[in-house]
Design a protein. Structure first.
Length: 252
């Protein structure tokens, strides 16, 4: 087992990529604090994994709130004695608006989930890692949208910021043995598209030209495999990297 006995926090754990990551990590022996707003789904997930080597404990909360991020990490330390890995997975889409059409509520919502939540969680995780004194590991789910124009202005900016935050953290804490990497998924079969609402006509008309070159959507399990690689010792000399999992979309 690649994560036997590791203590992990996974955000956005009740569906999609987060759920797949929790399932894969539990099978690999990780003990997980699974964070999301939907209590029933978290409880069902924990129940479905009760016979796996790793233990899954639901943590219900709004990841856009600082206290949820702090509480989840404190819960990992309380239940498992330490924190080894943080996976920042929770995310929402915008409505593909170009900057001239962006609404304040979109900025607030998308940035609070996609950027502020990872900042809150990473700040707390790094403090715990430094106190423990033997390194740590952070994996954040960014997006191809943070590298190419495949979404609206706000979503793209939020994910580009996650990539920058990843690289900065890896550099700043390199000597303390804290690794930090990101995954940039392309189109993945998940529920995130439901957070988009009605697409902005101008933005969607521009973006669909790029979407037309996309390969068939990937599976959430493929993101979980990438997360497992970055969370495990198999990637022990990789830090500050962005692993693109997009079926070759960005290569075109």
């Amino acid at each position: 087992m690649k994560l036997k006995g590791k203590s992990v926090v996974v955000t956005g754990a009740s569906s999609g990529m987060g759920k797949a990551i929790v399932e894969r990590f539990a099978k690999e022996g990780a003990n997980i604090i699974a964070v999301a707003r939907r209590k029933e789904r978290l409880e069902a997930l924990a129940e479905s994994l009760k016979n796996e080597p790793g233990k899954v404990i639901p943590y219900v909360g709004d990841i856009s709130k600082e206290e949820t991020n702090i509480g989840a990490i404190d819960s990992a330390v309380k239940h498992f004695g330490r924190l080894d890995i943080l996976v920042n997975n929770a995310g929402v889409m915008d409505d593909m608006s170009p900057i001239g059409d962006v609404k304040n509520e979109t900025i607030d919502h998308v940035f609070s989930v996609n950027l502020y939540a990872p900042i809150y969680a990473m700040r707390k995780a790094v403090q715990v890692f430094l106190e423990q004194g033997n390194g740590g590991n952070i994996v954040s789910i960014a997006s191809l949208g943070g590298l190419r124009t495949v979404a609206g202005a706000v979503y793209s900016a939020s994910k580009a910021a996650v990539i920058s935050l990843t690289r900065n953290t890896a550099f700043m804490y390199m000597n303390e043995g804290i690794r930090c990497n990101a995954i940039a998924p392309g189109g993945i079969k998940s529920e995130i598209a439901t957070s988009m609402g009605i697409p902005n006509p101008r933005g969607y008309d521009r973006v669909k030209k790029v979407l037309g070159a996309a390969p068939p959507p990937g599976e959430t399990e493929q993101i979980a495999s990438a997360a497992l690689f970055l969370a495990s010792d198999e990637s022990s000399y990789i830090s500050g990297d962005v692993l693109m999992v997009d079926g070759g979309w960005a290569a075109g």
